[in-house]
Design a protein around this ligand. Structure first.
Ligand code: G6P
Length: 609
């Protein structure tokens, strides 16, 4: 969701801001804007639409010229996407701000400002109210003013701020919403995420709750909530510009699909010792794992689907009860959790508002929390009792692929280690399963090479569909949930996933002539049953596409198209069967001419409820 950037240094500030915002496009947005100090005055340019609309506007109406400023991509929450509602927002001429997050009490503040005859409100946004509040309290001391405002506003937010009488200086503050401060040679940056600035510097500081950053003369300095100067630890990003670029692929999504073998290898290799899973560097010991009676996996979107696969695998191997829940439901349903329970939060970004809220909910219940997170130093990673980092590298496409795949690989490691710790499998079996997992990167690579063209072709049969079904049983059902989500996210075709055995209880009435039904049929132990369900829909006119292994005996009459993938251990098949689902979604979106990496209305990182 909204992206914030800021710059102070010798380069053309407008160019740096636009370039950095381009790298945040993946977060999702519907308008963009910048504010730059030009000859000591704040000049603003903003526009509804894409960054290219902003650039075109600046080409005709003039680009702010200067060396310090802030920029923003907005994902509308308060007020429609429009030029007026776009950030930066200003209070007359004294203060300009960009904001990520939500100010919950903005109505009360607006009322207070109106009662005190302060400010003329032009937009529908909560952000503009904060600009006026800053102006209201500003007496020439920016830090004092920001601290005062911090005490009055409620919600999750990160702000970039310019004070007109402090030219060439950018202020930033963070509460909940992520914000990093980049430090280059003679230049400093703020950004919602590291990829935005990686082109200029790999060195950055993580701004913590309530900390204020001041960017001046190319240097960043910091103070805490009480206004005291503080030193912060400089971190270095472990990826470079290339990994945050498309590297010759037409879209980030297909690049990220191809990166999966490496991502899985990088994620699992450091966690395997003498052929056995070893998660002790993440704070997880076999003794600890033995204690848990119940596991709750809580997440949103794709991450929740990785949890669904985790449930099947952990329950099957470790014989521990696993409940999977959507974070926005879990947090409000007063769940029964207590000592000896483990709550696993899965999140690529580590910043998803609902998933983050679950951590607070669990505190004080006696349950332990384990975060499985991709972004280092993110809020969820820092707040959980234990953390397993997935090493997918930056994932830019909104539709998650490699992050899901590495989440699956961690689910397996955890399941194997837990099953062994609980005495459900012996060392030999644990080593055998672990070895199969170690081999999956190679199999994933073979699968991509083998079926990419097939999926490209089959996707041409989907583009005219209004609606389709994904079906499967057991692990295939868990997988089909992700296949269906992937497809609908980027192809805009209505799609639902259904447990194949449940079709007859209602959904089969939706089948009409030619309606696509994609069946995931990789679980040989229940293959016969799935085939019966495929035949049932086929008999009612469905166009059936079956994803199965190379040896599966599928009746030609049952399937219009068969996508065959390599066969590995049945329990591990999701690591391979995910690939055709991703490719089908990708090529359907490409064939429909959609914006694959930035699907409409979606955001990569959902930092508000
Ligand atoms: C958004 C993204 C999804 C993602 C979900 C959870 O909806 O578009 O791709 O799965 O958020 O995000 P997280 O960062 O917590 O995994």
């Amino acid at each position: 969701m909204c992206g914030i950037v800021g710059y102070v240094g010798p380069r053309d500030c407008s160019d740096v801001l636009v370039s950095a915002l381009t790298k945040l496009e993946y977060r999702g947005y519907d308008s963009a804007g910048i504010a730059v100090f030009e000859n000591g005055k704040i000049e603003v340019a903003k526009s509804k639409g894409r960054l290219t609309d902003l650039v075109n506007k600046m080409e005709t109406q003039g680009k702010p010229q200067g060396h310090a400023g802030i920029g923003h991509t907005r994902w509308a929450t308060h007020g429609e996407p429009s030029d007026i509602n776009s950030h930066p927002h200003s209070s007359g001429r004294r203060v300009s701000i960009v904001h990520n997050g939500i100010i919950e009490n903005y109505k009360d503040i607006k009322k207070f400002l109106i009662e005190n005859e302060h400010g003329e409100f032009l937009s529908d946004t909560d952000t503009e109210v904060v600009a006026h509040l800053l102006d209201y309290y500003y007496d020439g001391n920016p830090i004092k003013c920001i601290r005062k405002v911090l005490h009055e506003i409620r919600g999750s937010f990160a702000l970039g701020i310019l004070f007109a009488d402090r030219p060439e200086t950018v202020y930033a503050v963070r509460c909940e919403s992520p914000l990093i401060v980049g430090q280059g040679k003679g230049e400093a940056f703020i950004a919602s995420d590291v990829p935005a600035i990686i082109k200029y510097t790999k060195d950055y500081f993580l701004l913590e709750y309530g900390e204020i950053a001041v960017l001046k003369n190319g240097l960043a300095s910091f103070c805490d909530l009480h206004g005291r100067m503080i030193e912060k630890e400089l971190k270095t990003a472990d990826f470079d510009e290339d990994s945050a670029e498309k590297g010759g692929y037409p879209h980030f999504m297909i690049k990220e699909i191809h990166e999966q073998p490496t991502a899985v290898k990088t994620t699992i290799t450091p966690r395997i010792e003498c052929g056995m899973p070893n998660l002790s560097e993440c704070g997880i010991t076999p003794e600890e794992l033995k204690k848990f009676n119940n596991i709750f996996i809580v997440a949103c979107g794709t991450a929740m689907h990785a949890g669904m696969v985790g449930k099947y695998v952990i329950e099957k191997l470790a014989r521990v009860s696993v409940t999977v829940d959507i974070a926005s439901e879990f947090r409000y349903r007063d769940p029964l959790i207590g000592e000896n329970d483990l709550v696993i939060i899965i999140s690529q970004s580590g910043e998803t508002a609902d998933s983050k809220a679950v951590l607070n909910l669990v505190k004080g219940t006696g349950a332990k929390t384990l975060a499985i997170v991709n972004v280092k130093g993110s809020s969820i990673a820092r707040e959980a009792d234990m953390v397993i980092y997935t090493h997918a590298g930056p994932e830019i496409a909104v539709a998650s692929t490699k992050a899901y795949m590495v989440q699956l690989s961690v689910m397996y490691l955890l399941a194997f280690q837990m099953a062994f710790a609980k005495g459900r499998i012996d060392e030999e079996e644990c080593q055998r399963l672990t070895l199969e997992l170690v081999r999956t990167p190679e199999v994933i690579e073979q699968t991509i090479n083998r079926i990419e063209n097939v999926c490209r072709y089959v996707s041409t049969k989907l583009i005219t569909a209004d609606s389709l079904l994904y079906i499967g049983r057991g692990l295939d059902y868990a997988l089909s949930m992700e296949g269906s989500l992937k497809l609908k996210e980027i192809s805009y075709i209505h799609s639902e996933s259904y447990a194949a055995g449940e079709l007859k209880h209602g959904t089969i009435s939706l089948i009409t002539d030619g309606m696509p039904v994609i069946a995931v049929a990789t679980q040989n132990s229940i293959l016969e049953k799935t085939i019966s369900n495929i035949k049932e829909v086929k008999a009612r006119g469905a166009m059936t596409i079956v994803i199965c292994d190379i040896q599966a005996d599928i009746d030609k009459e049952a399937a219009d198209y068969i996508i065959r993938i390599p066969k590995i251990n049945e329990t591990l098949m999701p690591m391979v069967a995910t690939v055709p689902m991703q490719l089908l979604a990708y090529y359907t979106s490409v064939n429909k001419g959609n914006d694959v990496d930035k699907p409409r209305n979606l955001a990569k990182s959902v930092t508000v409820e």
